[in-house]
Write a protein that binds this ligand. Sequence first.
Ligand SMILES: Cc1cc2nc3c(=O)[nH]c(=O)nc-3n(C[C@H](O)[C@H](O)[C@H](O)COP(=O)(O)OP(=O)(O)OC[C@H]3O[C@@H](n4cnc5c(N)ncnc54)[C@H](O)[C@@H]3O)c2cc1C
Length: 395
Amino acid sequence: MRIACVGGGPAGLYFAIAAKLTDPAHEIAVYERDAAGSTYGWGVTFHDDLLDLLHQQDPVSARAVEAACVRWQEREVRLPTGRPARFGGYGHSLLRSALLEILTERAVGLGVRVHHQHSVDADTDLGAADLVVAADGVRSRLRQAAADHFGTMVTTGHNPYIWLGTTQKFASLTMAVADTPAGPIWFQAYPSTPEVSTCVVECPPSTWRGLGLDTAALPDALTILEQVFADGLGGQRLIGQSRGQTAGWLRFEHVTNDVWYHGKVVLIGDAAHTTHFSLASGTWLALRDCIVLTRALSRYPELSEALAQYDRRRRASLADMARRGLESMRWFENLPAHDGMDAATFANTILTRGIARPPPRWRVRLGQSDIVRACRRRVDERYRRRSARYRSRPD
Ligand SMILES: Cc1cc2nc3c(=O)[nH]c(=O)nc-3n(C[C@H](O)[C@H](O)[C@H](O)COP(=O)(O)OP(=O)(O)OC[C@H]3O[C@@H](n4cnc5c(N)ncnc54)[C@H](O)[C@@H]3O)c2cc1C
């Protein structure tokens, strides 16, 4: 089959890898509008389940991804005053640019043709392809060209956010809230290499305008944010330039579609659905799309049947996640008042947002004890090592 993937993000590249591994006879080309090595954004974080999935599908790229990851240990919530709250758990993170580099190299090694600086605006630009995989992200042009057919709904969040790097070396997944005369502002940060961390800053529109962030040029905006978060960043710098691209303020776009295919065009990843970044799940969901689509294509010889199967399975399993993503976006838009609240109580409201039966509050309190957390760390570490050994065992 001749397959054209539009978009060389995680979805487009991983679909190309998975499809080529399933059937090396496929002729696959990936078209990416950005130059090689240039991309937006900083690090992405994820849990063991993503590494498990990668190892099951393609141990070669999985090993490279795992080697490029750094780990964070525990989650931390800081309010402007009082002691930070800490919770157990761990996760992995790597730079988006590193992830794309690994996937590109693997795809090319398998015989996929990857064309950079090649923008595709309509499937008619790809006349000869039997299948067009629209992996062109949240503002997918291919999706927009047939928005009525796909039944696209885009709900734009109110809060501006910006995806930055920082020289502060965070060891934990950290949320820090600062109060300013213009209102609250907060960041979520996690390590992405041994030297730099990712820092996503978000605030209500009133804070944004009140601090002058709506009009400030990026260097000035970074100076304002460094002053506001002087404590949270330990006096370190924010970085606005990722690999080749300059950060800008955005509003989250929650995307859903009633149907994920139209003729020979199929939507995957953020082109099909987005999940608020506070859930840190977009990459994992995009990779799941790739695998389910690849399996459907190998199981059903008829393209329309394969796409219908993929559409049914993935849309159904994503409905709950879409709801949680929207709720999470709204939760941050209505950040609960935290005046006089201790960080553990505030953190409990974060951890239990959108959960029908939240864990009892005493568990959060208990978790603040250094002894309890040290025990949890040991248990987590043992579990992590066992999972890593299991993943990398020879088949
Ligand atoms: C602030 C922020 C933090 C996030 N943090 C996490 C996290 O911690 N963990 C996590 O799992 N997910 C996270 N995500 C979500 C994650 O980044 C996305 O879900 C994931 O990148 C989706 O992959 P994709 O390939 O579908 O889309 P993208 O990664 O957006 O890739 C789309 C590609 O298509 C290209 N393209 C667009 N239009 C065209 C065109 N016309 N022609 C050719 N190419 C085109 C783009 O240049 C881009 O390279 C975060 C997102 C944001 C905004």
